[in-house]
Design a protein. Structure first.
Length: 485
């Protein structure tokens, strides 16, 4: 029997409604003073004006007026307490180096030792001017080579020209990192010829052994020449799946369209997956830096050493400065959909979001466009935007992305994107979008759900299609940070 209210930590001054509740209902020792929507919070004790409001055992904001037990706790009576850059102190964390074997998968082992979960040909344009050209090549090649390769996919984008400095370098870094991905058995770089993001500049950051380039301005028929190059890439990408341990998996963790259940079910469940992969000797990547504001100290306390701690502090403070330089408050979040789903402040969203990182030690901090360098938990610079941050996760080397959502989204990205619903209603309504129902945590328990999700991940890593793959959802988005010429 699923309870009506769920209190995460005994210290919490709030509990979350697991269904729509009417005024006068009683649960966990309080009587509701008003109707409470599913996913929204109820006061469990009197909260005075200015007093911290607690959820997850931590403050999610401060009360703006007196709140009585049984009252709805939301934006009308709670405000964020977030400010600008913070001062932090390093405290060494205990570390557990014992490895725990988990279920393996069938992957594609590359010459450099990395293991992919797909064997595809990726067509990457250097510039938006040839984005459609890349798509045409991929679409025709996909039909020509069906059955010989897992797929041929283009990743169009509007950038690569009229960019300068760090902005141009960010575009180049992301595209070059994607071209090094182990899920790409072969890569075709398509350029125009006159763009800022020249093919020669991209090649400096690409190490892929099965690589071809095409300059559209120099080709007599760029589509036919592109198809001939893909034929060569397919021939060079022939491979078979072989057994690989869980330690060879690189998980990107992401949330989008969160609701009041995300921090209760899906995100902690994904944290279990991150812990399982890391405990086996693998890698997980956490990003969405603005969505850890208010919870950053939980990650800092888990820094492997002082250098990693300093990297987290610099990353968080630089991102806060990025907001303030543009005259925006660091707390300009949650989204309207988040608020409708019951999330009140960025602190609440962040505390729920960092659940995806589990309890592992943070071993590295990498910049936007960077690639994973160490086993363990990596913190990656990228904003909260779903498409931008998921693209950055793929570029960093994630061979699968666990994407939790409470409100649903059809988006998919370059690597298998496993959509995990925070509530069973979404999973039931959108079976074409959702791969796993984390709502079962509430009636079957976290352990049962964790075992089922780990099996799902292993099956998808071994070749089972995700909903996004079946729907043809394959997108990239690049973080635009500079002027446009």
């Amino acid at each position: 029997m699923i309870p009506a209210l769920f209190r995460i930590d005994p210290k919490d001054s709030t509990a979350t409604a697991l269904r729509d509740m009417a005024a006068g209902e009683q649960a966990l020792g309080v009587t509701l003073a008003e109707p409470i929507g599913k996913g929204h919070k109820v006061a469990m004790k009197p909260i005075a004006p200015g007093e911290p409001v607690l959820k997850f055992g931590f403050p999610i904001g401060v009360a703006t007026r007196a709140i009585a037990p049984g009252e709805h706790v939301h934006t009308h009576n709670v405000a964020t307490a977030l400010k600008g850059s913070g001062d932090y102190a390093f405290t060494p964390s205990a570390q557990d180096d014992a490895l725990v074997e988990g279920p393996g998968f069938l992957g594609y082992r590359r010459a450099n030792g990395r293991v992919g979960t797909r064997n595809e040909i990726w067509v990457i344009p250097t510039v938006g001017c040839v984005a459609r050209t890349a798509q045409k090549i991929a679409e025709r090649a996909e039909k020509l080579h069906a059955g010989r390769i897992d797929g041929v996919h283009a990743f169009p984008h509007p950038f690569g020209c009229s960019q300068l400095g760090d902005d141009l370098q960010g575009t180049r870094a992301i595209l070059s990192a994607l071209a090094n991905h182990p899920n790409a058995g072969g890569v075709l770089i398509v350029g125009l010829g006159c763009e800022n993001n020249q093919i020669s500049g991209m090649l400096e950051g690409i190490e892929h052994p099965n690589l071809r380039t095409l300059g559209a301005q120099m080709a007599s028929d760029e589509i036919e020449e592109g198809l001939a190059l893909v034929e060569e890439l397919v021939a060079g990408a022939q491979a078979e799946r072989t057994p690989a341990p869980l330690s060879e998996l690189v998980l990107g963790v992401k949330c989008g369209g969160s609701d009041g259940f995300s921090g209760l079910t899906a995100n902690p469940l994904v944290g279990r997956m991150a812990d399982a992969v890391i405990a086996a000797g693998g890698t997980a990547i956490l990003t969405e830096i603005p969505e850890i504001f208010g919870a950053e100290q939980l990650l800092m306390e888990r820094a492997q050493d002082e250098a990693v701690f300093d990297g987290i502090v610099e990353l968080v403070n630089d991102f806060k400065a990025y907001f303030t330089r543009h005259g925006e408050p660091v707390s300009e979040n949650p989204s309207p959909g988040n608020i409708a789903g019951g999330i009140t402040t960025l602190e609440e969203k962040s505390l729920g979001a960092v659940q995806k990182a589990g309890h592992a030690i943070v071993t590295d901090v990498i910049p936007y466009g960077g690639r994973v360098r160490r086993k363990g938990l990596t913190l990656l610079e990228a904003p909260g935007n779903d498409a931008v941050s998921s693209t950055a996760l793929a570029a960093a080397g994630a061979t699968a992305i666990l994407f939790t959502t409470g409100r649903g989204t059809p988006l998919g990205f370059p690597v298998p994107t496993i959509k995990i619903a925070s509530n069973s209603d979404l999973a039931t309504r959108k079976p074409g979008w959702i791969d796993f129902d984390a709502g079962q945590v509430l009636d079957q328990g976290m352990d049962v759900a964790a075992d089922a999700l780990l099996d799902t991940i292993a099956a998808i890593a071994s070749g089972k299609e995700t909903a996004a793959e079946r729907n043809g959802e394959r997108e990239i988005a690049i973080w635009k940070r500079g002027v446009t010429l």
